[in-house]
Design a protein around this ligand. Structure first.
Ligand code: HSE
Length: 409
């Protein structure tokens, strides 16, 4: 069984190493020998023991009929989309870890794979090494998925954790995440929530059946989360996590979003630290099921890519079905009119004025309060309230810094 790898970065080199170092183990599983025939990359790697396998020309892979499975681990939509499409059209199965490609072009690529009787698999695109897409679509297939929540980005979870546990600055923590191979080439995609948004799109599409596009998912990252926010949440027995969430609504539409969220310590997601990710899925028959493991990094992600290669090799003449219909405008609705508990921090110079307004506006609306005269701050969690009503009430705090974060409990 000849396979090719497109891209020899963090994940691609991991895929090559597993396929070569675990060759015996993998060959036993598929009752055939897996052979890495070509690796596409524009760079040279003369010191590698498999340096002779590299090509700079995509056509070498496309035109090689002996290559049956291709792993796309280049990242980004272009030229990955063009290359993947051509491989599928020429009868090669493709596996990918490329979240952006799947989130943006998934419906089309699955359709092309189906028409050409080949497979397009992407387990590594969500949760790195965590098996989640296959369990959700196969093991939970007797369920109507009602809702899911996830810590879906290893880099931001690692940064938030380093800031609070090791007192590390945001910049140092990001540098360490990059050195460990967790971050995207442009870490803005991690920090601003776009990477987690793509994963929400993939999960929501597979959970609810219709393509959710990144521009439909309201997304906020962690760039405006300060250590003060982290400490204030800590005082209320909570942690701040970047959470992706989607929910099936009664009218058949869904809500979906990514945002920094205050999570109480009694929630399992609050204990997911460092590069680890977790996805909590609520099925109507199973109730909540949680998937946990390393969400980023070379070996973990490559493990999921290689598992897809093995699956393709085992099913070379048959198809693995994934239900992925086109989406439509208006399918994902805005949830800002839902009643939710909110985490509020109010900081200002005149602490007694803040306290007076607070007592008038919020005393009956809060569950948890911390007042800190020293830092001139009141911090609390509201009872469920609609965001626009909360903002109206907060309008009285003139000349104060007011910060609102959503919560999950
Ligand atoms: N940059 C991504 C993360 C890589 O940090 O989660 C895994 O998708």
């Amino acid at each position: 069984m000849n396979v090719a790898i497109m891209g020899h970065g963090v994940v691609g080199s991991g895929v090559a190493e597993i396929l070569i170092n675990h060759n015996g183990l993998i060959s036993e599983k598929i009752h055939d020998e897996i052979n890495v025939k070509s690796i596409l990359d524009l760079r040279d790697f003369p010191s590698l023991s498999y340096a002779d396998k590299f090509t700079k020309n995509f056509e070498d892979i496309l035109n090689d009929d002996s290559i049956k499975v291709v792993a796309e681990v280049m990242g980004g939509v272009n030229p990955a989309y063009d290359f993947v499409k051509k491989c599928l059209l020429s009868g090669k199965s493709v596996v990918t870890s490329n979240k952006e490609l799947v989130a943006v072009k998934g419906a089309e690529l699955i359709k092309i794979a189906k028409e050409n009787n080949v497979n397009f698999l992407f387990e590594a695109s969500v949760g790195g090494g965590i098996p989640v897409l296959r369990p959700m679509t196969q093991c939970l297939s007797a369920n109507q998925i009602k809702e899911f929540w996830g810590i879906l980005n290893g880099t931001t979870n690692f940064i938030l954790n380093k800031m609070i546990v090791d007192n590390m600055s945001f910049a140092d923590a990001l540098k360490l995440a990059q050195d460990n191979g967790y971050a995207e080439k442009d870490p803005t995609a991690d920090i601003e929530g776009h990477d987690a948004c793509r994963k929400v799109c993939i999960l929501a599409t597979l959970a609810f059946g219709k393509h959710v596009y990144p521009e439909q998912v309201k997304t906020a990252g962690i760039s405006n989360i300060s250590l003060d926010d982290v400490y204030a949440a800590d005082n209320l027995g909570c942690v701040i996590k970047l959470i992706g969430h989607a929910k099936l609504l009664e009218n058949g539409k869904i809500s979906a979003e990514v945002r920094p969220t205050v999570v109480t310590r009694s929630n399992m997601l609050s204990h997911v630290d460092g590069v680890f990710n977790a996805i909590l899925i609520d099925g109507d028959q199973t109730g909540e099921v949680m998937f946990y493991g390393k969400g980023a990094g070379k070996e973990a992600t490559a493990s999921a890519v290689v598992a897809d290669i093995i699956d393709c090799a085992k099913h070379i003449n048959s198809r693995k079905y994934l239900d992925w219909a086109d989406g439509y405008e208006g399918y994902v609705v805005n949830t800002s009119e839902n009643e939710e508990k909110m985490f509020v921090r109010i900081t200002g110079d005149d602490f007694s004025a803040i306290t007076d307004i607070f007592n008038k506006q919020f005393a009956s609306l809060t569950e948890n309060i911390t007042k800190n005269e020293f830092s001139k701050e009141i911090c609390f969690i509201t009872k469920p309230i609609v965001l626009s009503i909360l903002k109206e009430k907060l309008a009285e705090f003139k000349n104060c810094e007011v910060k609102i974060l959503h919560t999950i409990f």
